[in-house]
Design a protein around this ligand. Sequence first.
Ligand code: WTA
Length: 701
Amino acid sequence: MGSPQDFERGTEVSEAQIAVHWKEEEFVHPPAKFIGQANLANPDVVERFNEEHFPECYREYADMLTWNQYWHTTLDAGNPPFWKWFVGGKLNACYNCVDRNLAKYKNKAALIFVPEPEDEAVYALTYQELFVRVNEVAAVLRDFCGLKTGDRVTVHMPMIPELPITMLACARLGIIHSVVFGGFSGEAAGLRAADSGSRVMIYADGYYRNGKVVDHKPGADNAVEVAGQEGQKIDKILVWRRHQGQNLSTKPMVKGRDYFIDDVLKDFKGCRVDPVAMDAEAPLFLMYTSGTTGKPKGCQHRTGGYLAYVTGTAKYYQDIHPEDVYWCMADIGWITGHSYIVYGPLALAGTSVLYEGVPTYPDAGRPWRIAEQLDVNIFHTSPTAIRMLRKAGPDEPKKYKYHFKHMTTVGEPIEPEAWRWYYDVVGKREAVIVDTWWQTENGGFLCSTKPALNPMKPGSAGPPVLGIFPMIYDEQGNEVPAGSGRAGNICIRNPWPGIMQTVWKDNNRFVSQYYQKYCKDRNSKDWRDWPYFAADGAVLAADGYYRILGRVDDVINVAGHRLGTKELESACLTLTDVAEAAVVPVVDEIKGRVPEVYVSLKAGVSDGERVGRQVVSTLETIIGKIARPKAVHIVPDLPKTRSGKIMRRVLAAISNTMDTGDVTTLANPDVVEQIRQQIQGKGPVITKEGPEDVKRFGENE
Ligand code: WTA
């Protein structure tokens, strides 16, 4: 393995520093019982999806869908990097996930909802019931809200069945949904609503999390205010009630603006709304994610390509059959939930479990009780959840009689030790594991072992998935060869149907963020000249397995959730007493990474402790509790280059007790030693982390 210095890392402390030093692990072979029943058991598939057959290989995925009109061109790559997939085709995503399953499966559970309170009954929604409810909600969106095809709706909801119902109702009409993770603040939702131009927002009154009722509705008022400041008027807030006829929120409803959906629905009983045949290239949804600038970007996903890609990958890599009980513990507010709780599993007539709460509530046996009770056989979660469950209850899984055939890990690199616990204890050595690497921008998996065909290697995501051709480049654009032990930037050489269409309203950002870095000729019309830059570091082993090392840009991956350092810093700078702020990632045993904040104060401000507390509460209000820092350090000055650039790398090294390297060329080298003594000598100024936060951070994905 190469040394971390081989790897140009920008300002980030790199995952490379830890992960490159994991030793190569031995292969683990998939259990025979799994292979016997797998959807993808014939190795011929590799030939069908080889580079010679690109892009036509993707017909195989599109043919898993029902089309109103078949497409004429599989890939139109005439205007790179704005690819068009399945051109000329028409389809409806809701029809594919709901209506078409009625003929064979109308009595089968589509969704099973597990409320967090353990004494509240679990309930299953059959495909028929889902059909009825989605139609009625679609009628409300169309006839009560006046929404039409192409309009955007911001959905800020927790993990309750009404969330996928709302998404599918939007898809039925070709309304573009923009779901904002329920744990984000109302302000964050309001900003995203403004960017997307939503005039309707959909909320829930409240929900249960970690044994408490969370009052969610107040966020709506903040969202409306923030959207208003951005010039976007929100005229309607629809509020789902967690318990019909009760209100979990203390906030009054605003007359003429806020409506309980269950009240409105009374006028729409039995309504049926025809699914609109959408162009394959029509946007299906937006999902905002963090990037290198302060402003989150709206990843715009297309209908045909996205749905084909998630359906194909859910079938081959998640091994979903209609008779399986599949449980992905992510939150639907993240891309994993969109692709692999809602769209992929339902398009395959699967049964998808939705769990409202945190995995360790009321104790670390909860997921295994749920698995036993529902006879879940496919399980999907993140390394953070695995570490957390392992720490809180290493022997819990043994107490329960569930049997998984298949398990997934996603969202962060998983260290071989955690992988082994997942395999031996959670999976009881009966389940195959796929470590799936991908991103919000990608729609679906990019690297993963084919569960019945490839051996697993702990700590490696595995080979690229079918139809994906990656390459690792160094900073100069030279290929880093397999087996060299050197890390570089992983890129995907070819377009694929799940890739986002663009950044909402910002084509330039799409090009500059993802394609500019390695495009040698901006005028080229050949897709081969347009590799997709993923902003992840990776190492390619001689056997063709990729080990993903983590972000090379200003994104911190906290418990598998993306936070932009610039977003956090801009939030800190809203405080009048703060002169400068820098946010750095710190290694955390459970969550992978957590943010630490360095702040210098304006002249004359002396009460650092108070400002530190304000920084914490401001981050919670502007972004959400997920952005709560591990520590806020009030320092005399931030280390800077002579040109005034804040050296986050130096601060990150101090926070992670690593060597700061040569700092003599900085404008203010003395401050580095001063900060080092302050942090490593005396400990953080303010530490706001308790056991409850661990759960909060580790709750999803
Ligand atoms: C990281 C989540 C290692 C990676 C689906 C990526 C991973 C970011 C893995 C995207 C994995 C995701 N191994 N790292 N299996 N999966 N990542 O957009 O850094 O929330 O760029 O999408 O998570 O996070 P996002």
